[in-house]
Design a protein. Sequence first.
Length: 240
Amino acid sequence: MYGSGHDGDGPDPAKSGAPADVPYLGAAKALDEMAIRSVRPDLIVDVTYDREHPYAVPADVAAAAGVPILALAVGGDTSLPRILSRFAELAHALGGEPARQQGELAAAEEAVRSAASPLKVLALSAAGSGQVHLARPRAWPELRHLADLGVELTDPGAGGVDWSTTDWEHAAALAPDLVLADSRGNAVPARELDSVPGWRALTATATVEPWNPELPCSGAACAAFLHSVADALEVLRAKR
């Protein structure tokens, strides 16, 4: 297992889910051909957001290691069901057992549909005391899937393709009922934002739930995420 450019010397707790005996090869510049060769892989599996370039492993590093690389599309132009289907197909092709989590995922989707309206949801990644990245719902498959299930995802306004980078005052002015906050190690944790007026204003009226923008591409992980959102929305609805 290896990390992306966001990661460090050890696996990010928000993203790791592999067994403890799976070696971690590092991330970014630490992930060189020698590290890859050390575990003698037959294949490198990565993801791609632009359908051209692997996200975490540079193609030249994989080539130098003499190992083929396969990158599956996970960008916003690919639906969450399609992503899960492709990863399941790959796992099965590599000898894995067919996943049996369709019922669990379907139940989570129904829970979201039942709890969705009329609450507003904003997804974000904290960059510091003066800056926050607000997610564009259609750029992230799991957020897009929430929207398709009836959740009102707040569009952040002008900005980049995946994120709109702005200040906390703007985020608070959007007045969401539920905030999905980036739980990865590269995002500023909520406990470090207590002194930020805009954060305090935002969370004075909104519930905060963790969100991993690099959600594992498995039915179980996606079902758990959907259930967490549905549970939070159900609690908010009960308070109204």
